[in-house]
Ligand binder design. Structure first.
Ligand code: SF4
Ligand code: SF4
Length: 469
């Protein structure tokens, strides 16, 4: 590639034509071993996504992100806003995991597991091929006048796109409010739930717009992860790469012409034709490449036909191509792995130590101690309890030191239903004589049946503390 070409390729998006007009991409139907693997993984992910709201663990949802009631269920365990630190940890682990994968394996996430790619390439694009045919037929149809053939094909395609978007938005909503409530919303009809119905329509519209029109621009223009590739990738990162040492100088295969002075690339352009983001991978690693492997499959097929070894385009690093060897473990990979291991360990520790009940006990604002019968000191507290589990809890309470006792003016909370939140006022009382033996510290213990499930440390201020103020 000469200097002028280099500049043109660096300065212009493949999806934007002259004058800023969009170049619509018509990728050729991909086929090959990598595509087969991706298809299997995509179907597994799609099945998991659509079946997710119906899957229960111990009678509870597999995943629920109820932002309206601020309740989150992950793998059947319920998380409350009080568990935000755990969710932040989960998010951190996810980010470091993605970073680690990017440093080592480039954008493998984008090409193999990102919902945008999975839906675009394995659902919407497949429907397009099925109704309109391969790339050339699609191009021809786009240019053709509005005959009956074009009208029915375009209408059928957009209709199926809309139906899928509608289905996806319902599934998405089921992850937010739960499948039970979702079923009730559907049965009650739009007139009974205008807000939910409007939300469904808006999400359907966005989803339909992204996959029927916006398409690869979500990856090349909008996605922040894609735009950060320049920071994550180095010469050792494994990406979809063209072996320029083996392929260049490229040249068309011509009969009766010696190939000895040419590289293995026969400039057939098939790798460009199958690319869903419209780039030429022979120009080097580019931000637009989502590592979908379509060009690997296309080139391998060509190499097989011309009796050359496969892998002119392959998963490898820049250094791997230059030195002809792959090295996965680099100092950066080790550093990220250590951070990931620490985060996962901390997460495990927090999960194991997570109490099924969250109790806060604070002295009632504005209240001061009371002295009863001139001999008993009494302090009032407000106790707030959340049952984080799905099961009801029978609760009993004890206070330390043993000389103190608890008095609930409106009775203690004896049963706290699953996922219920309740609060109660409680007096801690103690004789003045006993009080002299402690240093203002008390502990309230909460038992489920006979099992101690929570201990709360608090202060029991002495009257003199206040009298001195
Ligand atoms: S498919 Fe392979 S041989 Fe054909 S242009 Fe691309 S790199 Fe060259
Ligand atoms: S260059 Fe190859 S791997 Fe990258 S997006 Fe295009 S076809 Fe997919």
């Amino acid at each position: 590639m000469d200097n002028l070409d280099q500049e043109q390729f660096r300065g212009q998006l493949s999806t934007v034509g002259e004058g800023g007009k969009r170049n619509w991409i018509y990728p050729k139907k991909p086929k090959g071993i990598f595509h087969n693997y991706r298809r299997v993984l995509a179907w597994l992910l799609l099945i998991l996504f659509f079946a997710g709201p119906f899957i229960k663990i111990g009678g509870h949802p597999l995943l629920l992100f109820n932002i309206f009631d601020r309740q989150f269920v992950i793998l059947g365990s319920v998380f409350w806003p009080q568990d935000t630190h755990l969710l932040i940890f989960l998010l951190l682990i996810f980010v470091v995991f993605i970073l680690l994968f990017t440093v080592v394996f480039g954008r493998v996430w984008c090409g193999w597991a990102c919902p945008q790619t999975v839906f675009m390439e394995m659902v919407f694009r497949k429907i397009e091929y099925w109704i309109e045919g391969d790339a050339n037929q699609q191009r021809k149809l786009a240019k053709a006048p509005w005959t009956w053939n074009k009208i029915w094909k375009k209408t059928a395609k957009q209709g199926v796109f809309l139906l899928i978007s509608f289905w996806v938005s319902h599934t998405f909503m089921a992850y937010l409010i739960g499948i039970g409530e979702m079923t009730e919303v559907i049965q009650a009809g739009p007139q009974a739930n205008w807000s939910a119905f409007t939300g469904l329509l808006v999400f359907t519209g966005i989803f339909y717009f992204v996959f029927s029109y916006f398409r690869e621009q979500a990856c090349t223009v909008v996605c922040p992860y894609g735009r950060l590739q320049g920071v994550f990738l180095d010469k050792k990162s494994i990406v979809v790469i063209y072996d320029w040492l083996r392929g260049e100088p490229r040249g068309k295969l011509k009969k009766n012409e010696p190939q000895a002075d040419k590289g293995d690339c026969i400039d057939c352009n098939l790798c460009v034709q199958v690319c869903p983001t419209g780039i030429d991978i022979r120009n080097g690693t580019q931000m637009e490449c989502v590592n979908c492997t379509a060009c690997i499959d296309a080139c391998d097929e060509v190499m097989t036909k011309i009796n050359k070894p496969k892998g002119l385009i392959r998963f490898d690093s820049e250094e791997g191509v230059e030195k002809k060897k792959k090295k996965l473990i680099t100092p950066r990979v080790m550093a990220y792995s250590v951070v990931l291991a620490i985060l996962v360990g901390a997460m495990g520790f927090l999960l194991v130590g997570r109490a099924p009940i969250e109790v806060t006990m604070t002295r009632t604002p504005g209240s001061i101690y009371q002295i009863k019968n001139d001999s008993i000191i009494s302090n009032m507290y407000q106790m707030e309890m959340i049952n984080k589990s799905f099961d009801p809890m029978n609760l009993t309470y004890k206070v330390k030191p043993k000389s103190a006792y608890l008095f609930f003016p409106s009775g203690p909370i004896e049963v706290l239903e699953g996922q219920e939140k309740d609060e109660v006022y409680v007096f801690v009382e103690m004789t003045r004589r006993e009080f002299a033996k402690i240093d203002e510290k008390i502990q309230v213990e909460i038992y489920r049946e006979d099992e101690l499930i929570q201990t709360i440390d608090s202060r029991f201020p002495e009257p003199n503390t206040f009298s001195r103020k």
